[in-house]
Design a protein. Structure first.
Length: 294
């Protein structure tokens, strides 16, 4: 009887602790069902229950980030990531920035443009690496110092009839108001202005990126002929070879960040632009002159 009583008491205590953990997760924005899923995942992965000590240490790490996360962002981390992975991501995050597109802490390697040089942002960079990602259509541009010059949703020049804004099903509701949106025409105008001032635009297969901004393929080819646009994918291409993916090229030349484009993870436009810039520097340490100016 004492053993039976002790076993019953242990079950009751364990259930009470699980309820406390579940309530703590719900206080951070999870539903009851989501909290139960988080606890089940932890037990499946570790063999033991999610304790308040582990949860509190994970939440403390999140709360100590230099850039405070929104409630919805914290809930997404808890919902989608293991406790160990969250703590590892916090340690690896240099400034605690959130990526609205990947829905996790930013690991792109790009730097925000410093406030001290923001006034000079309009000045044309010598080199500008660009990339587009789709669903939603996002455009990013990084200069040779690694500073992010542009990072925005690409909006059509004429909004679709009957719709006030673009649908963003893959973006958290709390993130949507913070996203910057620029029209295709505004982005074309900015790139044209910078190229007129001497900027050389780099990308891995730039035809697809610039076509997404409404620039015809023939016009991109002409810009490549004049040296104003450079296709990084062609820099090491021998005659008859097929174009290698950005991931394969980055691995070949040792510029791939840890976990770059692995496991079918969503790509980051800033990270792809940073890698394209690194590839260009590795393959063309000295820039060849442009054929002619605009």
């Amino acid at each position: 009887m004492p053993r039976l009583f002790t076993g019953s008491l242990l079950v009751v205590v364990t259930a009470a602790l699980n309820d406390m953990v579940g309530l703590a997760l719900q206080q951070r924005g999870l539903t009851r069902r989501e909290a139960e899923a988080v606890q089940f995942r932890h037990k499946r992965n570790t063999g033991g229950p999610l304790t308040m000590e582990v949860l509190q240490s994970t939440l403390a790490a999140i709360d100590d980030l230099p850039n405070a996360l929104l409630d919805g962002q914290v809930a997404e981390l808890l919902r989608a990531t293991t406790m160990d992975a969250i703590r590892s991501a916090v340690k690896a995050s240099p400034d605690g920035r959130w990526c609205s597109y990947k829905r996790k802490l930013c690991d792109c390697g790009g730097r925000p443009l410093l406030v001290s040089v923001a006034a000079e942002a309009a000045a044309a960079p010598r080199l500008l690496a660009i990339d587009c990602e789709f669903k939603p259509l996002r455009f990013a541009a990084v200069d040779e110092e690694g500073s992010t010059r542009l990072d925005c949703l690409v909006l059509p020049d004429v909004a679709p009839a009957g719709r006030s804004s673009a649908p963003l099903p893959s973006i958290l509701r709390c993130d949507r108001p913070q996203l910057v949106g620029l029209t295709e025409g505004a982005l074309r105008a900015q790139l044209t202005e910078w190229m007129a001032l001497g900027t050389r635009v780099l990308a891995h297969t730039p035809v697809s990126d610039l076509r997404a901004l409404g620039i015809p393929e023939l016009e991109v080819i002409e810009l490549q002929r004049r040296g104003l646009v450079v296709d990084v994918a062609l820099l090491d291409l021998a005659q008859g070879d097929q174009v290698a993916s950005l991931k394969r090229m980055a691995e070949r030349y040792g510029v791939a960040p840890p976990g770059f484009q692995e496991g079918g993870a969503k790509h980051c436009a800033i990270q792809d632009a940073v890698v394209a810039m690194a590839l260009f520097k590795a393959l063309r340490p000295e820039m060849p002159p442009k054929v002619c100016d605009l």
